[in-house]
Ligand binder design. Structure first.
Ligand code: ADP
Ligand code: MG
Length: 425
């Protein structure tokens, strides 16, 4: 894969596909909206009321942009934000979210103006590109205002890709969090220009490659989060690679149910029982130590102010739901992590957003941060948990900016964005 740092860029205009999909809150004190998880009806708030609640992804995009600017390029950044809704460009652009707050934050961090195009690859973008000088930065509007960006039709995406490519002389792919999407700005545009991978993508891929090719052992994988169905593919692949699989969070209950335990009203995906049973059998056959919770913190409802109760065994009584792993499980997981040389963590083991149910996540994060070796956190909510719990970010070797992309990489799938950057020269 070509490196952006090796591209000849002086006096040229470079289109950088970045991942600037940051969480936004609308106005003060209103509900937060996760990347891509915008609550309906809130996207129409005026852009000046959007507040960025976590700028990690913007910061992660800076090294590549700064390097290109320093070497005399004009940089046009292309990115998506949230999930614009509507049948055509006008409806989506009217509904938002606009990248305006991101342009503002990017300008602050770069310490120079960032011109925001009024469109993605139309009149405004073309004018900015045509008049842009060396060392200047512009940001295109939310690329998902263009319905073609996510189209399944190659020709439809190709038309948008051609308009994007016409804005620049070269393409740099640095949006790791979008690399698993076969989208116009990720997959089709690089084919039309000299292209290379940015520093963030190279760093992410470097770490993930270490996890998939001869990881130092013991290799321990900690999985949690809400739905077991989201993670079955990656578990299936890791059964053949990891030495131990520690499973907590909402997904653990379907495993416990498959083993015949009572799980009360805990999160449960009945349709996944067959596959979960197969994973348990595969793990046993491969000699993988698959560890499930041995105690729980439960409540009678899913709420921040619900009364936490300790259940000292694996079975959860009727009327109660497991919202965190218990202290014996935290200790068990910590023991299984103590001698690890490689750790991959995806998915919080409890509902860490509720302080009464955050102890398990804090304990597991602490045990992982004590490991000397390669420790990687992947997953949007897991990375958010690390920040939320005020754990030192330096305690982990790497916190991935791309949840879905890092999981798909570990599943052994080809990421379309990476494939496009590898093709040709
Ligand atoms: P990631 O984004 O890191 O991949 P997921 O999206 O899979 O993680 O899951 C994160 C969510 O899982 C968190 O919002 C957390 O509250 C939730 N979760 C963890 N444990 C439980 C549980 N016992 N019951 C319900 N939800 C849970
Ligand atoms: Mg998530």
């Amino acid at each position: 894969m070509n490196r952006a740092e090796d591209l000849e860029v002086a006096g040229r205009t470079v289109l950088v596909r970045a991942d600037l999909n940051v969480p936004l809150a609308i106005g003060a004190g209103l509900r937060a909206m996760g990347p891509g998880g915008s609550p309906p009806g809130q996207e129409s708030a005026p852009p000046d009321q959007h507040r960025i609640t976590d700028d990690t992804r913007i910061r992660a995009s800076l090294p590549t942009i700064r390097d290109l600017l320093a070497r005399g390029a004009g940089v046009i950044v292309c990115a998506h934000l949230g999930r614009p809704k509507g049948d055509d460009y006008d409806a989506r652009a009217a509904g938002g979210p606009s990248l305006a707050p991101v342009a503002g934050r990017l300008a602050e961090l770069l310490g120079q103006p960032v011109a925001l195009a009024a469109d993605v690859a139309g009149e405004s973008a073309r004018t900015i590109a045509a008049t842009m000088g060396a060392g200047e930065v512009a940001l295109l509007e939310n690329v998902r205002f263009e319905p073609a960006e996510t189209s399944k039709d190659d020709e439809v995406r190709g038309e948008l890709a051609a308009r994007l490519a016409a804005l620049a002389d070269a393409y740099v792919g640095d949006g790791f969090g979008a690399m698993h999407r076969k989208h116009a700005s990720v997959y089709d545009t690089p084919r039309l220009l000299p292209h290379a991978a940015g520093q963030l993508v190279l760093a992410e891929v470097g770490v993930l490659r270490q996890l998939t090719t001869s990881p130092a052992r013991p290799y321990v994988v900690v999985l949690g989060g809400a739905k077991v169905s989201d993670k079955l593919a990656v578990i299936g692949n890791l059964v053949g690679k990891a030495d131990r699989l520690l499973i907590g969070g909402g997904m653990a209950y379907t495993f416990l149910a498959a083993q015949g335990h009572r799980i009360g009203d805990s999160l449960f995906q009945a349709d996944q029982i067959g596959q979960v049973t197969a994973v348990l059998a595969d793990a046993a056959k491969a000699g993988v130590d698959l560890v499930l919770p041995v105690d729980h913190v439960v409540a009678d409802r899913f709420a921040a102010d619900a009364q936490p109760e300790l259940v000292p065994g694996p079975d959860i009584p009727d009327g109660k739901m497991g919202l965190d792993i218990g202290p014996a499980t935290s200790e068990l997981f910590a023991r299984k992590l103590a001698d690890a040389k490689t750790v991959f963590w995806n998915g919080p083991p409890g509902v860490f957003e509720f302080p009464a149910f955050a102890a398990g996540t804090r304990a597991v994060a602490g045990a992982i941060s004590a490991v000397t070796g390669l420790t990687v956190v992947g997953g949007g909510d897991s990375a958010a948990a690390v920040r939320h719990l005020n754990l030192p970010a330096g305690a982990f070797t790497h916190i991935s900016t791309g949840g879905g992309a890092s999981l798909e990489y570990l599943e052994g799938r080809d990421l379309p964005g990476l494939a496009a950057l590898e093709d040709g020269t």
